[in-house]
Design a protein around this ligand. Structure first.
Ligand code: HEC
Length: 142
């Protein structure tokens, strides 16, 4: 009997391996081949982006607001829902739920996503910095 006639899991496993390696290589090169994946950002670098760009007005501590509301546990939350923060009417009536896509858009250009809102921040144009920041925000939402 010829052994090659029967498919063996070991052979299938071996053919999966190179695909897996190229996916890892692509991630290392920063070219996410599995579609836009914010979770692929670097949480550590994201914490630096947060310190530089957001910490003047936000904390990642639950219940601790500054000029802006606490953004702990943000991903998946409806916009403007903290009871101890005085939001603008614009963001209260926006109907936004903070998905990763919405956050990415808001961080890119707050005034475009919430016109008339009171977040006085010009936006973060660097996509890599946003990806890392998103990974950090996701980390604090789990
Ligand atoms: C100069 C101050 C300031 C900076 C800098 C700033 N924000 Fe804000 N942010 C605010 C204010 C004020 C609000 C409330 C907006 C409103 O009521 O319209 C807000 C609201 C938000 C909200 C909505 C929260 C909710 O509960 O719905 C998110 C998300 C957010 N900011 C993320 C960020 C991120 C991420 C950064 C850094 C890239 C950042 N902000 C930088 C002041 C700031």
């Amino acid at each position: 009997m010829n052994q090659n006639d029967s498919p063996r899991p070991v052979t299938r496993g071996a053919s999966f391996f190179p695909q897996c390696m190229s996916a890892i290589a692509a991630l290392i090169l920063g070219m996410a081949c599995i579609g836009p994946s914010w979770a692929a950002g670097d949480v550590k670098l994201g914490s630096k982006v947060f310190s530089a760009e957001c910490s003047e007005c936000h904390t990642m501590k639950e219940g601790k607001n500054k000029k802006g509301p606490s953004i702990y546990g943000l991903v998946g939350r409806k916009a403007a829902t903290l009871s101890d923060y005085d939001y603008s009417g614009a963001i209260k009536s926006s109907g936004i739920v903070w998905t990763e896509e919405k956050l990415d858009a808001y961080i890119t250009a707050p005034a475009k996503v919430v016109p008339g809102g009171k977040m006085k921040y010009e936006g973060l144009s660097n996509p890599k910095a946003r990806q890392d920041l998103l990974a950090y925000l996701i980390f604090f939402s789990q």
